[in-house]
Design a protein around this ligand. Structure first.
Ligand SMILES: [Zn+2]
Length: 224
């Protein structure tokens, strides 16, 4: 079967952005994060995403496979080594970590830098699958406060709200797609304050329960 991108519009008026979402440790320099628009095509509640790893990343193969496994062990999304499919994730070496949001078609680069750990790679793959940042949810105001005066000048865009499908799931401070509290800080002070005390944001170690649920809903896992 020939895989091709399926167009899936949450909002007819929005178009896919060809720009990368970038992540380099505490910095997520720029992006044009719109709602999820393009999903990878699945059949009967199962999804196989072809991937290949550039030879320059050979030494990172284990980490990439671990990152993919974080997703496949909890969802109906599988990753298969690319053979002749039209569309695939192509892990490429770069300075930082970056991904498009959603299925863009063709050889879709996912950039992996030397400092990107397993959890960072997983975060990028979630973007490639169609999820955007948790803290850009339109209903974030009930859960976090953005402290604009502490944000590096010119980087405020990274904190803009985006309307999109939240699948009826509650806001998730624990999401692997949530910024940490000092991302883009110009002065070492927090740029995001949680309204609930004692919570941590910005973990890159595991998929939260809600991350898993989001992926399952996005790809209709269990609906075969
Ligand atoms: Zn990101």
């Amino acid at each position: 079967m020939k895989l091709q991108c399926e167009r899936y519009w949450f909002r007819q008026s929005e178009r896919a952005s060809p720009k990368f979402i970038e992540l380099i440790f505490n910095q997520e320099p720029r992006s044009d994060r719109n709602a999820v628009k393009q999903l990878w095509p699945g059949v009967d509640g199962r999804l196989s995403v072809p991937y290949k790893i550039d030879s320059a990343l050979e030494s990172r193969t284990k980490d990439i496979l671990k990152a993919l496994n974080m997703i496949s062990e909890k969802t109906c999304i599988q990753f298969l080594l690319h053979t002749n499919e039209t569309d695939c994730l192509h892990f490429e070496y770069s300075n930082g970590c970056a991904s498009y949001v959603g299925c863009m078609g063709g050889n879709q680069p996912v950039l992996v830098g030397p400092l990107c750990k397993v959890g960072n790679i997983c975060h990028e793959v979630l973007h490639a699958l169609g999820l955007h940042h948790e803290h850009s949810r339109f209903d974030r105001g009930d859960h976090i406060t953005i402290v604009y005066e502490n944000i590096v000048s010119g980087k405020e865009d990274n904190f803009m709200k985006k309307e999109g499908n939240t699948f009826g799931l509650k806001y998730d401070l624990e999401s692997i797609l949530h910024y940490g509290d000092k991302y883009f800080s110009s002065n070492g002070k927090p740029t995001i304050l949680p309204k609930e005390s004692g919570v941590k944001m910005g973990q890159r170690a595991y998929l939260s329960d809600l991350d898993v649920q989001k992926l399952r809903k996005l790809y209709h896992c269990g609906m075969s």
